[in-house]
Design a protein. Sequence first.
Length: 509
Amino acid sequence: MPEIVVTLDIGGSGVKASCFDPAGDIAPAATTVRYPSADHRDDGTFDPGAWAETAIAALAAIVDRCAAPSRHYLGITVSAIRIPFVLLDVDQRVVGPSLLNRDRRALPIVGELVASVGHRDLHRITGHWAAPEFGLPKLLWIQRHCPEAWAQVRTIVQLHDWFIFRLCGAVASEASSAAMSQMMDIAAGTWAYDFLASVADVRSEMLPEFAAGGTRVGGLLQTVAHQVGLPAGLPVHVGGGDTHMSALAAGGQAYGHPVVVAGTTGPAQLAVESPATVEDSFPLLVSSLPGATGWALESNAGPTGEIADRLLDLTALSGPDLQAAAVARGFDFEDTVSRSEPLTVLSGNPFFGPHGWRVWPTPTIVGLTPRHTGADLLDAARTGTCLALSQVLSQLSAACEPTTAVIATGGMSRSASWSQTLADVTGRCVLVRELDHVSGLAGAALVADVSVESALQNIESTCYTPDPTRHSDLERSAQAYCRLYAAAQERSAQSPVSGNEVDVHASPH
């Protein structure tokens, strides 16, 4: 009998629902439902209730698409972007505001946190240095600027935990998902109670218990079951962080093989059996892997896919029309008439770490001429993502003996030309599995208690072999890209209005 597991992948723009049968009796399927347009002006916040309803709609859509008898379903699990909090009062109602990953209003808090704790000490405890994109500065901002709301808070949950709660009523958390809250003692695998008592007004009873990825924590609520067409009581299992689950599903459970999850953003993750120490891994982010199978080291090139996607429907334009459309999409231009720079789009941050993330410049186009088309611009943006990713991958590879291959997944990996460019610039083979064939695989493997390796046995990968004739030129392009990006950061730092409202850590899908 098929044993279908549904994974709800909670992203920054919508919810992707996937069904996967580890036994292979049912073909994998996936569908995405976008969040409704926000009806408020603060685009740095989100509506947890509306997002939960979107997840339920995505669950109903995948059940309808699979068209399998309800007895064939084994359970439901969740993966989610790892930073946003949802704050609940004594009656488990949402207390606002709920801040998105990309929101940077907590930037002043970062300076104070660094002055009192320091990047390295914060990283030693939590596995993460201070940045307004991460959790702790956001929570401190809410405490300071929304004291009446904070006084009502009785429970703090991550986005993953919120969706588990809405599906089955249980309050539970999972370590790989909770790591970017910056409230964990990473080495101990628990909440950092003493640290939180010293820097934030967070009591132990406000934090949920941890459960390992794949653990059943409740049954599907009757109200949700009625909406989606599944039986009430169907097991609901904790999942993991979205990047962790995507990397595992792509084959990243093999130690030493870095995985690029090339979606809205560009995280790169490396599974290791054990980091020497958390402190020695700085500035790489450190978290546990779902299912207690090891550790994840992580870097990130920022909103790579989000920037490139802004250019998707401009391919037929050229000249003034193209420039005006790019400006309307939030791009800046650098005047390079006297420098003869090749067409370059700064579509990813090559500098991973607290200094490199201090300023996020407006996405900048360099070297645009009247002869260039929007198709040229899109190609340059995609190449720019590969140039930036090559730099953060170098940081990641320095943490262990480098392998000859990089694994790529996420939406951008669907493009053969993008995958080939990543191979050419890194000088390493890039392995890609068809995204639709691995969607939901890691969550299904955890729930069904089977290894990801066995679930991947019948899913072939495509290998993109680096072209040595392009490698040297692209290495030089990467060096030039770093110089241009550093100059853009400097200009942005000197500008009265800094371009720091970019989507740094939205869903990689």
